[in-house]
Design a protein around this ligand. Structure first.
Ligand code: FES
Ligand SMILES: [Fe+2]
Length: 373
């Protein structure tokens, strides 16, 4: 799992004034909106006795822990300890990590890492979002598989005729013509020719009037840390799926999908679009959950790659560089999680690096290095 990236952690319409717990990189966070409507993202772990702030309550711009009522502001600084006499000073260490947040494309993005603003990798661009000819839907599902296995599945064109049969691929024509990969620092994309199956159901009715092409171009790509794009050009229009693979833990993934279509743009077709997205995921799910080893190997030579696996190989190479740079949060770093522990570690937030005078202000140690570990 990679720190130092913007992670889309929740749909924006799911976050209000009530505290909302989200999980990413094997750590819990609490989201809530301030009075001005800005989303705050704090570590969900109270430094006093480890209460979950997400079970507490929001007053003004502060959140109160449900256990002894300590109040933290939106920068994560404790501003009130109810059991203390008024004149007693609040300890400097009474603070939790706060993570920068941005709302974009109907998602809440949190920067999970301690890089200064100028060094942060960019949030991927979703050009269809502001295009009025596109209609947006959102969908989510949890699967019991590693998020990188899930991510690679989406950019893997050669599985479609086998896993999706005639729903999506064409079992009679499983060949993948060679494709060229466009790589950037944080992404890789390719236009891949797939033989299309005849469209069925509602979408098929309209497509019948159009001649069926021999190949359709599907644009497939990954954008670090965990987004994959699938742009399908159907005879009736374009369908784009942006698929966020959120690592709840190393072996459990919350898949959040935003779909854009420029056909049947009335709200009446939203449920049908969501059903199609769900059908695709339900076909992929048992295969991805059955993959062994569960975690993506670090060494390229640990699995066999062929020409059509180019996007996955590009992903593994880029990831290997970032691991070398120290951005990896692996199993050994995860102290909180689904087994009982005595010690907690936290993804370091920018305040740790920005304020050297706070170097010793943190109770919970940074996970996998970080400025103060
Ligand atoms: S555990 Fe949060 S106030 Fe005591
Ligand atoms: Fe698939």
């Amino acid at each position: 799992m990679l720190k130092n990236f913007w992670y889309a952690v929740e749909f924006a319409d799911q976050v209000g004034r009530q505290p909302k717990k989200v999980t990413c990189l094997g750590q819990d966070f609490v989201l809530y909106r301030t009075e001005a409507g800005m989303v705050t993202c704090l570590s969900d772990l109270c430094v006093h006795r480890g209460g979950a702030l997400s079970m507490g309550s929001v007053t003004g711009d502060c959140i109160a822990c449900p256990y002894h009522g300590w109040q933290y502001d939106s920068a994560g600084v404790c501003v009130k300890i109810p059991a203390n006499a008024e004149e007693r000073k609040i300890p400097r260490k009474a603070r939790v990590d706060a993570y920068p947040t941005v709302e974009r494309y109907g998602m809440v993005w949190a920067f999970l890492g301690d890089l200064p603003e100028a060094q942060r990798p960019p949030i991927p661009v979703l050009p269809e979002h502001d295009d009025p000819t596109f209609r947006r839907v959102q969908y989510e599902m949890v699967i019991d598989a590693n998020y990188e296995r899930a991510l690679e599945n989406v950019v893997d064109a050669s599985h479609t005729p086998f896993v999706h049969g005639t729903a999506f691929g064409n079992p009679d024509k499983p060949g993948i013509p060679d494709f060229r990969i466009r790589t950037g620092d944080w992404s890789a994309e390719a236009d891949i020719q797939l033989s299309p199956p005849p469209p069925k159901g509602l979408w098929g009715l309209l497509a019948k009037r159009k001649p069926r092409p021999e190949y359709v171009t599907v644009t497939n790509g990954w954008y670090l840390p965990n987004l994959v794009k699938l742009h399908i050009r159907l005879p009736i229009g374009d369908l784009l799926l942006y698929d966020f693979n959120i690592p709840l833990s190393q072996d459990r993934t919350l898949i959040k999908i935003i779909g854009y279509r420029n056909f049947f743009t009335g709200g009446w077709a939203d449920a049908n679009t969501r059903k199609r997205i769900e059908m695709i995921l339900l076909q992929d799910r048992p295969v991805v959950e059955s993959q062994r080893p569960e975690l993506l190997p670090f060494d390229l030579s640990d699995e066999l790659h062929v020409r059509s696996d180019g996007l996955q190989v590009a992903y593994r190479r880029r990831r290997a560089q970032l691991i070398k740079d120290g951005w990896w949060v692996g199993g050994d770093d995860i102290i909180t999680g689904d087994v009982p522990r005595r010690k907690a570690t936290i993804i370091p937030s920018p305040a740790r690096r920005d304020n050297p005078e706070l170097a010793s202000a943190w109770v919970h140690k940074a996970r996998n290095g970080g400025a103060t570990s």
